[in-house]
Design a protein around this ligand. Structure first.
Ligand code: SF4
Length: 362
């Protein structure tokens, strides 16, 4: 006889592992408030105390030229398009300076998969960042960009990663995972890396000692079961490597993309967060992604399993081009955390607490 859903939620809140079927069941049948309370209890058990972290960071979208053509993306331009751009190193460095002047400890240099850019372009850029801004960690690129470089250079993925690491890239963000299920990828990103290849690149980065994050972009064409399938493959890799620092679910903004569709609801967002916290028992952190759901839902996320508010994302373009209008200053993030009853603490990419960096509201 199968367990009542409440028993499954209770088991997960106490740190017990849910099977795939149990995960699907709590996702589909669990009461939202019960899921939230259980996820919050689990979060408090994992991170006792009253703090919520955030990182001062920026995303620099250095090129919008991309040969992958995802249907959910309004940011990219195909090669030779008149609106295509690629920043010079100096232009990227100007933006790093802007972020560093505001106390940033992390930069995400991410863009399209532009076959005009070879490995040396990134090596030179990262080397300059390391020398000119030694307090800023290069948490940059994505699996797709790494694979693009591997193709352009006809070099293995581990060799590309070793060269990037030697140049100063410290960690690899989990971008481009969307939903790691073949049926979904065929619909939304047919030319993009397939699920197993995404996991393999992450595994290689983790084996080289690079910390990574894992994301889930939901709300396009996937089913509820496929959301849990995505979490399952992430959990399996984490069992093997323990190389993910955080899971970051965020929802797709359809307004200006070729795929279109309906935006996920706030309730759906909270359900995904709570189930993520309960299902991903081996992920240390769950990050609130305020960029698409907005700041108020981002605040509510702190009661649905999240222990981290993400970053300030000073200059992000990709999600804004899809129709998101949300922005946040450091003060905004700190106020959200304080008014939710928590104490904000600045962290770096690796969750080292940076008490040496003053709060904006101090
Ligand atoms: S999501 Fe990334 S890989 Fe896909 S088209 Fe946009 S820029 Fe290219």
């Amino acid at each position: 006889m199968s367990s009542p859903v409440s028993d499954l939620i209770k088991k997960a809140a106490e740190g017990g592992r849910l099977s795939y079927d149990e995960g699907v069941r709590i996702y589909k049948e669990g009461d939202l408030h019960e899921l939230g309370a259980a996820a919050h209890a689990r979060r408090m058990a994992l991170h006792p105390g009253n703090t919520v972290t955030y990182v001062i960071d920026t995303t620099i979208n250095y090129t919008n030229v991309c040969n992958v053509h995802c249907t959910f993306c309004a940011f990219f331009r195909p090669e030779k398009h008149k609106e295509g751009y690629t920043m010079s190193h100096d232009q990227v460095l100007e933006r790093v300076k802007f972020a560093a002047d505001q106390g940033a400890t992390q930069i995400m240099i991410q863009g399209g998969v532009n076959p005009e850019l070879g490995l040396s372009w990134f090596e030179e850029l990262f080397a300059r960042v390391v020398v000119e801004y030694p307090k800023v960690d290069v948490h940059s690129l994505s699996v797709s960009e790494v694979l693009g470089l591997s193709k352009v250079e006809e070099m293995s993925v581990p060799d590309v990663l070793k060269r990037l690491k030697a140049a100063g890239m410290k960690s690899l963000p989990g971008a481009g995972a969307e939903i790691l299920v073949e049926r979904v990828r065929k619909r939304i990103s047919a030319r993009k890396v397939q699920p197993q290849a995404w996991l393999d690149v992450m595994r290689q980065a983790q084996l080289l000692g690079m910390p990574t994050t894992a994301t889930m972009m939901f709300g396009s064409v996937e089913t509820d079961d496929e959301r849990i399938e995505h979490m399952l493959v992430m959990r399996d890799l984490q069992d093997e490597t323990h190389g993910f620092t955080a899971f970051i679910p965020w929802y797709y903004v359809p307004h200006k993309t070729p795929l279109r569709g309906k935006e996920a609801t706030g309730l759906e967002y909270l359900r995904v967060l709570a189930v993520s916290r309960l299902f991903l028992d081996n992920f240390p952190h769950l990050q609130a992604s305020w960029l698409t759901p907005g700041l108020k839902l981002g605040q509510l996320a702190l009661f649905y399993g999240c222990d981290d508010m993400g970053g300030t994302i000073l200059e992000e373009q990709v999600v804004h081009d899809a129709g998101s209008t949300n922005e946040a200053t450091r003060k905004d993030l700190e106020n959200l955390i304080v008014t939710a009853g928590f104490q904000p603490v600045i962290r770096d990419t690796y969750w080292n607490l940076r008490h040496d960096v003053a709060l904006a509201t101090a």
